[in-house]
Design a protein around this ligand. Structure first.
Ligand code: ADP
Length: 229
């Protein structure tokens, strides 16, 4: 991809439908390029595991596959995103609705950072659904795996604490299709908004390639050094 940013951005928002591989990419960008991940999905699941006030109110939305209401996301942001903002931050899963777009702008102002790239990992719904059926999560520590893409050392067992892995409740077949529909409904206007309004820092990569190629394209798009092919 030739349209790379000349200076790697310190603050990035990554978009991709459920099953696009966005989160695995975000983890690798974090590990290899020093981004601290800000992941609303993981923060919400952690709140549910802690069974705190916020967790008890978000649980029902997560299990149904529906989005968590913007007001609860606002509370989550207030709780989690404290000044000073990390030097390099990668937003994964936020903003997820047009209602959350001004929320991000508000945090940019208040914490004194600005998004330097909106990066879209483009994958078709059919390919995304196929990938989702292989995902596993540790019910104890939250570590994520994929039976093909990122298998645990021992089948169905967490590498970190030995717990038996489970399907995420929102990866159950009956909610997988719903989550794709929700993505199409809510993310399309956000992507259109940034594609049109922030075109100089909006980038899209083809997420249906093998993972290494997607990762290399994402690095190039961000102006980061890509791994050798
Ligand atoms: P995925 O990207 O595969 O959907 P996530 O871990 O990002 O997985 O999100 C899991 C669930 O958490 C979503 O289906 C949604 O219910 C909820 N969620 C995460 N981020 C947000 C957000 N910014 N706004 C509303 N709901 C969210």
């Amino acid at each position: 991809m030739s349209n790379r940013l000349t200076v790697p951005p310190s603050h990035v928002v990554i978009f991709g439908r459920p099953g696009s591989g966005k989160s695995t990419l975000a983890e690798r960008l974090g590990a290899e390029h020093g981004y601290v991940l800000f992941r609303t999905g993981e923060l919400l699941r952690a709140a549910v595991r802690r069974d705190d006030f916020l967790g008890r109110r978000v649980e029902i939305h997560l299990a149904s596959g529906n989005l968590v209401p913007d007001q609860l996301i606002f509370e989550l942001m207030e709780q989690s995103l404290k000044a000073p903002a990390a030097e390099k931050l990668l937003f994964d899963g936020f903003p997820r609705t047009m209602g959350q777009v001004p929320l991000l702008e508000d945090f940019e102002r208040r914490l004194g950072f600005s998004i330097g790239c909106y990066l879209d990992i483009a994958v078709s719904p059919v390919a995304a659904i196929a990938r989702m059926t292989g995902r596993r999560v540790c019910p104890t520590c939250g570590a994520t795996y994929h039976i093909v893409g990122k298998p645990p050392k021992v089948a169905e067992t967490c590498d970190l604490d030995g717990s038996t892995l489970v399907n995420r409740t929102d990866d159950k077949p009956e909610v997988v299709a719903l989550r794709q529909q929700i993505f199409d409904e809510y993310a399309t206007p956000i992507l259109d908004h940034y594609r049109a309004g922030a075109s100089e820092i909006f980038r899209a990569v083809d997420g249906e390639q093998p993972f290494e190629a997607v990762y290399a394209d994402a690095c190039r798009a961000l102006g980061l050094e890509a791994p050798a092919a």
